[in-house]
Design a protein around this ligand. Structure first.
Ligand code: PMP
Length: 410
């Protein structure tokens, strides 16, 4: 007799091989735990959206629905590459970073996260080689791994990705290797490292890209969140063929899920095809709100507020680390962004220590989550300073120091 239901595959037999290999993001899993009232979260990368002026958000939203003309656009399907008005605004905004692109060299995405996925889908065949910083943004590793690349992670120091180690790796890969596709970097206030790539290394990276024939993907969500030091010229401003990823998540709010790819039109044409299959087009409603926000509202004032608040929080975290952390620990000193990277003695394991930290009422992201092998970096961790108040940050670092000290071999 047949059962009452069709087969529902609980054993995984019917799940695609590449999906069976996927791991859930440690940060996503931590989100649930971090909502407990007594836990201070240093794990997410959440902007302090409570700083956004209500009136500005209301005005931008109203503009998207107020008139029949606006509604005809914002509630309707839109072009796959994004609302033309928004693309013009984004092209304009990039000028003050030194980047000159035409609106047609921009494709709007559902956050920079979708951009990472679209790029991977467009370029990676199983076994293709891509290069990243190690550690790198774990959401990028997740997006890329769906297409089964061979990821080579290159360490960084205080001046960004180590170009000597990149060159060694490239020599192993070999010149003109058709499997080598792209190098993905976060040059400003790297996630998770907090470090910034210096100008000399940016130039060298582009030289190596020409010599070894690979594309460069520059992911820049944090570039405008600079607290000290001078502006660094983006890779995209140094070479127009760089694929640049932007997002409004850290300038406005990630809830609006709006990012973009700035790339040569020939590259965007391919990515456009992939996006058509993914969602036809992004949210017109979000895009029109974002267009109005950056066109009609003095957004720089709000950005300055974010910068002032985050700078204070970064300084508070650095001061608390100096005060409470044991001398065996070292950490990066970011000039901007939202994260810093802590390194503990080699024998420490931040992955298994997380349970103790949760018990003590603090979360962080274990370092191994940011490496393609899921193993390297076990003695390190990422901490965020944008979300919690200065008082909570100090308390969280005090709790974390205690957890670490209990595990140190004295
Ligand atoms: N790239 C990096 C380096 C990030 O840190 C993030 C978000 N934390 C993203 C991309 C994704 O951002 P979005 O909200 O635009 O999808």
């Amino acid at each position: 007799m047949s059962s009452a239901h069709i087969t529902f595959d609980t054993t995984g037999d019917k799940i695609a091989r590449r999906v069976r290999k996927m791991r859930s993001s440690a940060v996503r899993d931590l989100f649930a735990a971090a909502t407990r009232d007594d836990v201070i979260s240093l794990s997410g990368g959440m902007p302090a959206v409570s700083l956004l002026p209500v009136e500005d958000v209301r005005a931008a939203t109203l503009a998207a629905v107020e008139s029949p003309e606006a509604r005809a656009v914002s509630l309707q399907y839109g072009p796959t590459n994004g609302a033309p008005g928004l693309r013009a605004v984004l092209a304009d905004m990039m000028r003050d970073l030194g980047i000159r692109v035409k609106p047609d060299q921009i494709l709007v995405t559902t956050g920079a996260q979708e951009a990472l996925s679209l790029i991977a889908e467009a370029f990676i065949d199983p076994g293709d080689i891509i290069i990243t910083e190690g550690p790198t943004y774990l959401g990028a590793l997740q997006a890329f791994s769906a297409f089964e690349p061979d990821v080579r992670a290159i360490p960084f120091d205080d001046e960004g990705m180590r170009m000597d180690l990149l060159e060694e790796e490239l020599k192993r890969i070999g010149k003109g290797n058709p499997r080598l596709k792209y190098c993905y970097v976060i040059p400003n206030f790297q996630n998770p490292g907090g470090v910034t790539m210096v100008a000399e290394r940016r130039r060298r990276l582009l030289e190596l890209a020409r010599e070894y024939d690979f594309m460069v993907v520059e992911d820049d969500p944090y570039g405008r969140l600079r607290y000290d030091g001078g502006h660094q010229v983006p890779l995209k401003a140094m070479d127009e063929n760089v694929i640049y990823l932007g997002t409004i998540s850290k300038m406005l709010g990630p809830g609006l899920r709006t990012g973009w790819i700035a790339a040569p039109e020939s590259v965007l044409a391919r990515i456009n095809l992939v996006k058509q299959g993914a969602d036809l087009c992004g949210s017109s409603f979000d895009q029109i709100i974002v267009e109005h926000y950056f066109k009609d509202i003095p957004w720089q004032k709000t950005l300055q507020k974010f910068v002032a608040v985050y700078k204070e929080r970064r300084d508070t975290m650095l001061a608390a680390l100096e005060e409470f952390f044991p001398p065996e620990a070292t950490w990066t000193h970011p000039e901007g962004g939202m994260f810093l990277w802590i390194t503990l003695p080699d024998y420490m394991d931040t992955d298994s220590m997380l349970a103790e930290a949760l018990e003590a009422g603090v979360t962080y992201v274990p370092g191994n989550s940011f490496f393609p092998d899921g193993k390297t970096g076990r003695n390190s961790m990422r901490v965020n300073f944008s979300f919690e108040t200065p008082e909570s940050i100090t308390e969280a670092i005090r709790r974390l120091a205690k957890v670490i000290e209990d595990r140190l071999e004295l």
